[in-house]
Design a protein around this ligand. Sequence first.
Ligand code: NAP
Length: 325
Amino acid sequence: MKNTVLAFSRLNPAVIERLQAHVELIVPGADGGDVEAQFAAALPRAHGLLGVGRRLGRANLQAAEQLQVISSISVGYDNYELDYLNERGILLTNTPDVLTESTADLGFALLMSAARRVAELDAWTKAGQWQRTVDPSLFGCDVHGKTLGIIGLGNIGAAIARRGRFGFNMPVLYSGNSRKPALEQELGAQYRGLDALLAEADFVCIVVPLSAQTRQLIGRRELALMKPGAILVNIARGAVLDEAALIEALQQGRIRGAGLDVYEQEPLRDSPLFAMGQVVTLPHIGSATHETRQAMADRAVDNLLAALAGERPRDLVNPQVWRGV
Ligand code: NAP
């Protein structure tokens, strides 16, 4: 008998076709019906869950009695409760690497856009406000040669650092859990404690996973350490940053600007950030290119099918629950 796989986000037709060759696939809402009701009805017989963007903690998985694996179409896995999955022996997989370069592109685009006021002046131009040569009130700040601070020099952090170092001649500082000798060598990157990095960098990019240790890592105290002309970029997770403290710092002109892809509450609605020209707000699109989203979906399906076949999936987040075949 085929295993049952329940999707918890939309899947593209090629992914659906591939899965249907191997498993009984349930995509809630595919027939136009109620997504939540169909998800709840199918959960007790699901052997595998596949998707992104849904909180699946202890409270949400009690009914999933057959569950063997959750395959997340993302690299971040803060939507899941690892302790609970480990307790139940449920495998969790993610999709590292395949989204690194696209997410770094987006991080750098936010940095550039905030520095040169790209989004703000695009709106200004389209609103017909360009009457004469722009005056200094609309000038931005340079990117090339400025100091780039990366909080979390992992895959994406290093890819952003390469763009800065080799594309824009930026000295690179980094902070994180551990020293990275190979990257120090490659990029000339220098390790700093978080406070020192915040005080020295002209651009600060947050690229750490959300965890109990990184929740609200950047709050009022940390923002106060930043240079007045500095720009903060967050492409990690909204909760790594105290959003109210950021809004306050921006309103008081204590930092120059921000480029944001992630927020404490998503989708972001009615935020004071919307009224701030010096802030670029994007709708969580770090990995959202056609090529990368396809690669992520393919990788997630590989992981899911391997796990259901009793093979060790390539991207196992919790290897401690792997018992082999
Ligand atoms: P990664 O390769 O695992 O890198 C994470 C880095 O964060 C590592 O260098 C790690 O240091 C550091 N780190 C972990 N915990 C830390 C802590 N408590 N304090 C300081 N540093 C810490 O992950 P990645 O692929 O670069 O992705 C990073 C995060 O970006 C993901 O978890 C996800 O939340 C986010 N992301 C967002 C988007 C988007 O659409 N905006 C897209 C992709 C990813 P060590 O190596 O020393 O442990």
